[in-house]
Write a protein that binds this ligand. Structure first.
Ligand code: LAN
Length: 716
């Protein structure tokens, strides 16, 4: 409603300094592992709830920790690293009242810090925004973030917006925004629905057995296209108000009211285009476009009802977090429209939105998930055990907390709406973030399982919290996630044929229509199975052997002619090679024994830089070819060195040089500075994993200490 219009704000030209008092922000970590940033208003509140080290760290406030004794060895550097990282381990605040911030809209402080985040991430050259923080300016990034700034209360003549607008117009204006942008602008009523290709909700009424039924699509794609189908079907749009009318003038170089909207459906700005439509898709769009002119009302109604039902099921399965932030905000609109702003659903959605809002030193952003809790814990747990740091008395308490967390967040049953919501089983699995979100991910289950086994079985110092039965549940889930050609996908089995990719409508994302196999996911799954088998040699031993054999076969076949593997979730070859070589080593294939491993090591060695490190750009992921980064990257140097060690690379020099590089970048307090972005998704979008600079450094350095010593003894 128009009453939702925010008051205009006076915003400084630069976002360098915080717009709110950073000493008043607190990260609340609930018993269920949710992360919620709160702004305390009074001094009494601040006194009663002092800022923790992890609050300060993420806010960019110096912790003032003393310099640690300068490390002389790799292990000492790893120990210093964990000494620091431990300060960021959160404690549950089971004591605090679980009252949710449930105002409508955003608080003033949140608005200010979101504005500041966007100001801090404009492209320094042209003032636009890209599809991710390191990308070039696009119409998608610039038009959407421009709208966000305006909605939040930034005035039309703010210097940053003047510059962004000029860039947007130079790129042709918002008319050429890619399809998901067309969708959001239409929702906001600053783009005509006629300018969108149809999003047919009727697809959901097809028999489930049809090869292209939407339940067979990759889960993120279908969970977004589902509420999109609903909102397109009813042509939902925001009520017109002064801001909307003004945006219609600001976003376009031409007169909004004279735009030929149907002609915009295929108008995608050159700078944005990553994956052009296939001819098949354009052909289907012409049929669907004709159908939109003569929809059969009862059929549309039935389709919309089915979409709504599925939206509700996803809301209820995830306690209103939904699968991810994009589907979440779309579901929220559907529920607001159908259930109304007074409904419980609406209120829960508002409350749950907080789980996705993250405050960093540069302001407030929305994250790609409600955190990366399991993922980060899984790696650091294994790192501590493998390096021996876990056995050190001072880390015992911290490790016990890790195990408790892993125990709490294993899913114990299948989702409430299970087959009806087309869900993959969850019993026994671990999610990427928390069990409330509750989606099985193959590699998260693998890393979660390994972490539990490492702590419970390799160390004798902790109670066994996760029972044998639950461990076996995790094994069962993993065994059930292998695809017919031996690989593992992300959330589910591959449910549709490969040609479905021809229907990718999103222009800015690659590989999103169906699940596919990933070397990374495959490795996490089979290394977990193998770790399990070494401790429990009798349980489903035959199945485990078969799964591992087929997975290794998949890895052999997916190696590129140059010797690498293409990574899909981290950047890029460096990331995937680390995983693949871990898998191969597990079945005895190393540098000395396997041509696959040998070739991969040589490939990596060929990329080592003069300073001893590695650096690969996110652009590798876009084109599936190695692209060098301008700078050496600590995290990638660790991945590469880990890969060489998995492969039992026989020459110490390259590993020693990597160790020196990583140690040279360590701060006196044990931490490492943030460098370039680490992760990626859908080929074209980079995403941050800020804890990798701790887990992989500690892990690599600790392993290297042992590995280099071993090589030394072998030599003598
Ligand atoms: C993630 C993050 C983790 C990642 C790994 C576990 C590393 C991977 O091996 C499997 C896939 C998974 C779980 C993954 C899938 C896609 C996610 C959820 C993300 C990259 C984080 C954000 C992204 C999601 C699609 C972002 C929402 C944006 C849309 C455009 C839909």
């Amino acid at each position: 409603p128009s009453s939702m219009l925010y008051t205009p704000l006076e915003i400084p030209a630069s976002g360098e300094k915080p717009f709110t008092d950073y000493s008043k922000w607190r990260l609340r970590v609930t018993e269920d592992g949710d992360h919620i940033w709160r702004y305390l208003r009074t001094d009494e509140e601040c006194e009663a709830w002092p800022q923790t080290d992890y609050d300060k760290y993420w806010l960019g406030i110096p912790l003032g920790l003393p310099a640690l004794p300068p490390p002389k060895t790799a292990l000492e550097a790893a120990r210093n690293g964990y000494n620091f990282y431990k300060h960021l381990q959160a404690a549950d605040d089971t004591g605090l009242a679980s009252s949710y911030v449930s105002g409508m809209g955003f608080t003033l402080e949140e608005r200010l810090e979101m504005i500041r985040y966007l100001l801090n991430h404009t492209n320094p050259v042209d003032g636009g925004w890209g599809i991710h923080v390191e990308g070039h300016s696009t119409v998608f990034g610039t038009a959407l973030n421009y709208c966000v700034m305006r909605v939040l209360g930034v005035s039309v003549d703010h210097p940053a917006l003047i510059k962004a607008r000029a860039t947007l117009h130079k790129l042709g204006g918002a008319a050429g925004i890619p399809s998901w942008g067309k969708f959001w602008l239409s929702i906001l009523n600053v783009y005509d629905w006629e300018g969108n290709h149809p999003v047919p909700s009727e697809l959901w009424l097809l028999p489930d057995s049809i090869p292209f039924h939407p339940h067979r699509w990759w889960i993120h794609t279908r969970n977004c296209l589902l509420p999109m189908g609903y909102l397109y079907g009813i042509r939902f749009k925001m009520e017109e108000n002064d801001l909307i009318r003004s945006l219609r003038e600001e976003l376009y170089p031409q007169n909004y009211y004279s735009i030929d909207w149907p002609a915009q459906r295929n108008n995608i700005a050159e700078v944005d285009l990553y994956q052009p439509h296939s001819r098949l898709l354009n052909f289907l769009y012409s049929i669907l476009g004709a159908y939109e002119n003569c929809v059969i009302p009862p059929l549309r109604r039935a389709a919309l009802d089915k979409c709504y039902e599925l939206v509700v099921m996803d809301d209820e399965n995830t306690d209103y977090q939904t699968l991810g932030p994009v589907s979440k905000m779309m579901n929220l609109i559907v529920r607001a429209h159908v259930d109304g702003p007074e409904s419980e659903a609406y209120k829960r959605h508002m409350a749950r939105r907080q789980d996705f809002m993250w405050l960093g030193a540069e302001g407030m952003m929305m994250s790609g998930t409600n955190g990366s809790q399991l993922w980060d814990l899984g790696f650091i747990a294994q790192a501590l055990v493998e390096t021996g740091l876990a056995q050190e008395e001072e880390n015992k308490e911290s490790l016990t907390k890790v195990l408790q967390w892993l125990d709490h967040h294993q899913m114990r049953k299948n989702p409430r709406h299970f087959q009806t919501a087309y869900r993959h089983p969850t019993k026994g699995a671990w999610p990427f973030s928390t069990k409330t979100q509750g989606y099985t991910v193959s590699d998260c289950t693998g890393e979660g399982l390994k972490a539990v086994l490492y702590i419970q079985d390799y160390l004798k110092l902790t109670p066994k919290l996760v029972s044998k039965q639950r461990i076996c549940d995790a094994v069962d889930i993993l065994l059930g996630m292998q695809n017919s050609n031996g690989g593992f996908a992300s959330y589910e089995l591959i449910r549709a044929p490969g040609w479905m990719e021809l229907l990718n409508p999103a222009e800015v994302f690659g590989n999103i229509m169906i699940e596919c196999n990933y070397p990374e996911c495959t490795t996490s799954a089979i290394t977990a199975l193998s770790t399990f088998r070494s401790l429990n040699p009798t349980y489903r031993a035959g199945d485990i052997q078969r799964v591992i054999d087929r997975a290794v076969d998949y890895l052999h076949k997916s190696q590129t002619p140059e010797g690498g593997w293409v990574g899909s979730w981290g950047i890029c070859f460096t990331y995937a090679i680390m995983f693949a070589l871990e898998s191969l080593a597990m079945v005895g294939e190393t540098y000395g024994t396997s041509s696959y491993s040998h070739k991969a090591c040589e490939f990596l060695i060929g990329k080592q830089r003069a300073d001893g490190g590695w650096g690969e750009s996110y652009k590798s992921c876009e084109i599936s070819q190695w692209v060098e980064h301008e700078q050496t990257q600590v995290v990638q140097t660790c991945w590469a060195a880990m890969a060489l060690m998995y492969a039992r690379y026989p020459h110490p020099k390259p590993i020693e040089r990597a160790v020196r590089l990583v140690m040279s970048r360590q701060n006196p307090d044990g931490s490492w500075p943030q460098e370039a972005i680490e992760g990626v998704f859908n080929k074209n979008v980079a995403i941050a994993y800020p804890n990798f600079k701790f887990s992989f450094t500690i892990w690599m350095l600790g392993r290297a200490q042992k590995y280099l010593a071993e090589l030394e003894t072998l030599k003598s």
